[in-house]
Design a protein around this ligand. Structure first.
Ligand code: COA
Ligand code: AMP
Length: 642
């Protein structure tokens, strides 16, 4: 495989360095990963690197014994680096900043691990964390890792029903939450949402531990709810030590739910060993971060990026992670990210294109980056959704730094295709994520599973086995894992992303082949929203599709057919539907638009023509498929949107 041609000899060297790395991995993946595994402290080092017969497609480091918390904290303290800053909590919404050294973080984590143990939580037990961006959430994640409990963090912008789905699937012993989250315009009470989710769930946790924040105190129900700070203080006073539990590398570290095509989110399982090896490699090879340096991932702990690159990646590498409780704009202005990077000395950063679009809208001339000392900053990485030319162009001009795209998925846990700064940045056209990162073998396949020629469109697939760190399976659902990801193309994992690869191996990602949409870099299921709309008493039929949006990339739009004889005013029905989605899925869905139609365009076999609807919404030309039941239905939609 080769990469894009370069204009000068310097970049040719970089090209060579990427090629050497990729070819080195491809020639002997087991040797490559065995080498990378040396950077991890194992209680028992791997003798076997990969076991092809375990799990649905094999398991990495099957006989190794380790602990992720040990690697993230204890080993750095033991090596005399306890005074180094491990985590910075920067919270303009509360006006506070806290620096946690490795020694302090370890002490907090040990105390909270003792709290978990007091509630009978041990190896293999699950703990759901539904929290705002506070350091206690990271402490809880690490405390779970320490005792071998499996954490499942749920993003705070999700509503009670979403939380209840996850509680039901993962069946936690404990729920950890806070009294509130703080959005720029309002304080969001989390506890009532957590309570509602517990009421709705079939497997309610034994207890809830609540972090009381000064902005809003939650009511605690005696016997069921417990005060976080009180428990933590008691554990700290008791001063007992909680040692790291030895775990198999293949034991789960966490389960993180992500949207699929159905209303049931998928529990992505992440193991301990492969995950540590993979994310430390990614931090170095993709983000160009050296051990001990600071990385700023502008994400939330509820997303995979938050797991990999706010907490685990920087800590395992002995660096500093930044937990930012704020927004790209308005807290206080569109210079927030640049202030964070300068003040905390981040050498590179990650964000979603939506965030940069929001910043650009406020600072169109790119004045604010120049107000900060970005001399140590090397590059801005963007992912989660398509990076458009205007946004990348603005950021490059304003920052005068490389702005690099990359493509990954919750399932894989680290970048699949990127412009890998650590291996030498390549000359990749804007709007394309880049080349396969060593560890991943990409192919673009046609419907029959055959590779398509260069520059032709198909489904991007990853040749099995998946890289270390990628999901070994879905939580308690091997068969669903096989059906969802492996059945379509035998021998491959289907990414459900359509795309192309050019003759130089540069990948373009064109969008999902399923009904998942991407709102501000947040992955949401339209199927799930349809379930909510369909349950409304006035709705006969509906379809939710993603329409292009200038800021958020995509936003959901609901097409609704009302029941015959329904007399309620349409505005009233629309308002009811908007609040139903907000109540059931959460505000993060940004569902605000309902369009009433007489009927939905369908094929003769009853399949809704979502692709055509989407093209109409986006003002693009659309074909009338030969299989359409009634061609007039599409024309009606075009009229409704005019
Ligand atoms: N807890 C509770 N509510 C939350 C929340 C949280 N953690 N996060 C978001 N919300 C709410 C917001 O308050 C807002 O509610 P509203 O409808 O009452 O205003 C709604 O969810 C949508 O929020 P948001 O997605 O932040 O949209 P916005 O219009 O306020 O801001 C952007 C737009 C582009 C600035 C913002 O979406 C953004 O920062 N996007 C980038 C996200 C990102 O980093 N993604 C990468 C993940 S890897
Ligand atoms: P998530 O699992 O939430 O990270 O979402 C993954 C999905 O986001 C992918 O399957 C893609 O559809 C989309 N995505 C992520 N990164 C990119 C990118 N760089 N370009 C285009 N789409 C992307």
């Amino acid at each position: 495989m080769s990469v894009a041609a370069f204009a000068d000899s310097a970049s040719e060297d970089l090209n060579v360095s990427y090629r050497r790395a990729y070819d080195g991995w491809a020639a002997d993946p087991l040797r490559f990963w065995a080498g990378r595994a040396k950077g991890i402290d194992w209680f028992e080092a791997p003798r076997r690197i990969f076991e092809p017969d375990a799990g649905p497609y094999g398991r990495w480091f099957p006989d190794a014994v380790c602990n992720t918390c040990h690697n993230a904290l204890d080993r750095h303290v033991a090596a005399g680096r306890g005074t180094r800053v491990a985590l910075i909590h920067d919270s303009p919404v509360t006006g506070s900043k806290q620096h946690f050294t490795y020694a302090r973080l370890l002490s907090e984590v040990k105390a909270f691990a003792a709290v978990l143990k007091r509630f009978g939580v041990g190896k293999g037990d699950r703990v759901v964390i539904y929290m705002p961006m506070v350091p206690e959430a990271a402490v809880a994640m690490l405390a779970c890792a320490r005792i071998g409990a499996v954490h499942s963090v749920v993003f705070g912008g999700f509503a009670a029903r979403e939380l209840a789905h996850r509680i039901d699937d993962v069946a936690p012993k404990l729920l950890l939450t806070a009294s509130c989250g703080i959005e720029p315009a309002r304080v969001v009470p989390y506890k009532p949402l957590a309570d509602k989710a517990v009421e709705m769930s079939r497997h309610p946790p034994q207890a809830t531990i609540v972090l009381q924040r000064p902005e809003l105190q939650a009511d605690l129900m005696p016997g069921r709810d417990h005060d976080w700070r009180q428990l933590q203080a008691e554990a700290q006073m008791a001063g007992g030590d909680v040692l790291c539990t030895p775990l198999l590398a293949t034991d789960p570290l966490y389960v993180l739910y992500t949207s699929g095509t159905t209303g049931r989110p998928k529990g992505i399982v992440r193991d301990n060993g492969g995950h540590m090896v993979a994310i430390t490699y990614a931090l170095e090879a993709v983000y160009g971060v050296r051990p001990g340096e600071t990385f700023f991932a502008a994400s939330d702990l509820g997303w995979v990026v938050g797991h990999s690159f706010i907490v685990y990646g920087p800590l395992i590498a002995g660096g500093t992670g930044i937990l930012y409780e704020g927004k790209p704009t308005g807290t206080p202005d569109a210079g927030a990210f640049w202030r964070l990077i300068a003040e905390h000395g981040a050498v590179s950063a990650f964000t979603a294109p939506s965030a940069v679009r929001a910043i650009r809208r406020e600072d169109p001339d790119g004045i604010l980056p120049a107000c900060y000392d970005l001399s140590r900053f090397r590059a801005l990485f963007m992912s989660g959704e398509h990076s458009d030319t205007a946004t990348v162009g603005w950021a490059r001009k304003a920052l005068r730094k490389p702005v690099l795209d990359q493509w990954w998925q919750t399932e894989i846990g680290w970048p699949i295709a990127a412009n890998p700064l650590g291996l030498g940045p390549l000359d990749i056209p804007v709007g394309r994520p880049g080349v396969a990162v060593p560890g991943h073998r990409l192919e673009v396949l046609d419907a029959e599973g055959k590779p398509v020629p260069a520059n032709e469109t198909g489904t991007i697939a990853l040749k099995l086995p998946l890289a270390p760190g990628a999901l070994p399976t879905l939580w308690n659902a091997d068969e669903r894992f096989r059906q969802t990801y492996l059945a379509e193309f035998p021998g491959y994992y289907s990414t459900s992303d359509a795309g192309r690869m050019d003759e130089n191996g540069v990948v373009s990602v064109l969008g999902r082949t399923d009904d998942v949409i991407n709102v501000s870099g947040h992955r949401l299921s339209t199927g799930e929203m349809e379930d909510v709309l369909s349950a409304h008493r006035s709705v006969a039929e509906c379809a939710v599709v993603g329409a292009r949006d200038e800021l958020k990339g995509e936003v959901p739009v609901g097409l609704v057919v009302v029941k015959p004889g329904e007399n309620a005013p349409l505005e009233e029905i629309a308002a009811g539907l908007v609040s139903a989605i907000r109540e059931a899925v959460g505000p993060v869905a940004a569902f605000r638009r309902v369009v009433f139609v007489e009927r939905l365009p369908k094929t003769r076999s009853g399949k809704i023509l979502r692709g055509s609807i989407r093209r109409i919404l986006d003002g693009e030309a659309f074909d009338v498929p030969a299989t359409i039941e009634d061609p007039a239905a599409l024309e009606e939609i075009a009229l409704a949107f005019r």
